[in-house]
Design a protein around this ligand. Structure first.
Ligand code: UT7
Length: 336
């Protein structure tokens, strides 16, 4: 049986580091509040002046170059791009086509995935199915976000603004004839009853006129988050998603080398580790340095994990995500 495996990864963070102390100058908050509630110490923001332009497709291009070089591949070796983001360059077209343009591969298909914090695993699931079915050989998945230009820098939005960071992570997948290694399973879930608990609703197509002056002041273009509701669901859905990945492959926690969760909040990750009785170090966290980079958080984390030599052949990795939608998802991989 043909499987899909991860061949290479890359990450790119914009150069501007924003510490919690820097954040204190942008919104009424404190380093202490942010650390205590979220574990975050700093994040990266793009450094855009009015009139300048830089999009998630550009961040993803930088990460793609690294992943391609590590794989010893040319852009022309890529058969399909899948781009996961909630902060696309434009309302339309999607960022995948712009990444294809940056990579200089006209004609290569580009699919955008809009599943927010679960976007990377949704993209991985699609890529896995295409590769296993023999439809494509090499698929580049990008998860990239620029949150900083769309956050609300005031008291109303501060509980959201302090959480998020910009960045990009890229994964290149290819086929493997080895049945034992590669992506073993993916599971996707959604419950749209909670769509408005974590959302940015405007400009949306549900009303006329689509663009109206009050948008500038009614908060509707900024992310809205019912933090407590998100937290409550996250600490139950993450363990469920991880368990589903293990049960589907007859694995126990002892078999799992590493859990790489979407980096939503260190307190959520700690609650998950505690509920599941994970061993110290079994769950990877880097939100301290990046904040929540949404669709980019898992590929950035995986890239760091590989850079640190934390995965060896045969190791089992479980990825899990939860976020806006609500959506949640997991993937199990036996490293090759
Ligand atoms: O990928 C999914 C992404 N989202 C998440 O993971 C979020 C999950 N939720 C959370 O992590 C938490 O709900 C937050 C960290 C966002 C907020 O923590 P909380 O304990 O739910 O705080 P809260 O929003 O209920 O606010 C508590 C207090 C309020 O003050 P009062 O009413 O008690 O006087 C807020 O006004 O903290 C205040 N507050 C802040 N203070 C300083 C809210 N945001 C801030 C801030 N700095 N940034």
């Amino acid at each position: 049986m043909r499987r899909a495996k991860i061949i290479s990864t890359g990450r790119y963070l914009p150069p501007k580091v924003v510490t919690n102390k820097d954040m204190e100058k942008l919104v009424p908050t404190s380093d202490e509040w942010i650390r205590e509630r979220t574990g975050i110490e700093q994040r990266y923001f793009v450094d855009l002046k009015p009139g300048e332009e830089l999009g998630v497709s550009d961040l993803a291009y930088e990460a793609s170059k690294i992943a391609l070089e590590r794989a010893g591949m040319q852009p022309s070796d890529i058969d399909l791009i899948i781009f996961a983001t909630l902060s696309p360059d434009y309302v339309f077209p999607g960022s995948g086509v712009l990444l294809g343009k940056n990579l200089g591969i006209p004609g290569v298909g580009a699919l955008d995935v809009r599943n927010q914090c679960s976007g990377f695993i949704y993209a991985l699931s699609v890529a896995d199915a295409y590769i296993r079915a023999g439809i494509y050989d090499h698929i580049l998945i990008a998860g990239a976000e620029i949150h900083s230009t769309g956050l609300e820098y005031n008291e109303h939005g501060r509980h959201v603004t302090v959480l998020f960071g910009d960045g990009a992570g890229v994964v290149i997948l290819g086929p493997s004839e080895d049945e034992e290694h590669g992506i073993l399973s993916t599971h996707l879930h959604a419950d749209g009853r909670y769509a408005l608990e974590l959302c940015a609703i405007n400009p949306g197509s549900r009303r006329v006129p689509r663009i109206y002056p009050e948008m500038l002041t009614d908060h509707s273009m900024y992310p809205h988050m019912n933090g407590r509701e998100v937290f409550k669901h996250a600490v139950t859905k993450f363990p469920k998603a991880i368990m589903e990945a293990m049960e589907a492959n007859n694995l126990t926690l002892d078999d799992v080398k590493l859990v790489i969760p979407h980096q939503a909040n260190l307190r959520i990750s700690e609650a998950v580790a505690q509920r599941m009785k994970l061993k110290p170090g079994q769950l990877y966290s880097n939100i301290q340095r990046y904040g929540n980079t949404t669709a980019a958080s898992i590929p950035i984390a995986l890239d760091e994990v590989l850079e640190q030599g934390m995965l060896e052949r045969d190791d089992i990795v479980i990825m899990a995500a939860f976020g806006s939608g609500f959506t949640w998802a997991s993937a199990a991989i036996r490293w090759s």
